[in-house]
Design a protein around this ligand. Structure first.
Ligand code: ZN
Length: 85
């Protein structure tokens, strides 16, 4: 039997990868959280669990495009912080 692996696209490098290799970024009202537990509710975007993709996300402010809104630098700083903690 072939097991179906859920795949998602990274918003940073645009590669399609197994969901378990990605981290979800969840929109929570006007806040954005790095969902390391995979348990948060809300609209989410997926990103690779690697430094390169996180840095590209922050540098190019990719969440603005994904969520179609202006997201402050603070939010990006917080995402970066929680990735490295
Ligand atoms: Zn990626």
């Amino acid at each position: 039997m072939i097991k179906k692996i859920p795949m998602r696209t990274c918003i940073s490098c645009k590669q399609c990868k197994p969901k378990k290799d990605l981290i979800r970024i969840v929109k929570n009202n006007d806040d954005f959280l790095l969902d390391k537990s995979g348990k948060l509710n809300g609209r989410g975007a997926y990103i690779c669990n690697n430094q390169e993709c996180i840095e590209k996300l922050i540098k190019n402010k990719l969440l603005n495009k994904t969520f179609k809104q202006n997201i402050s630098q603070d939010v990006y700083d917080k995402i970066k912080e929680s990735f490295f903690e």
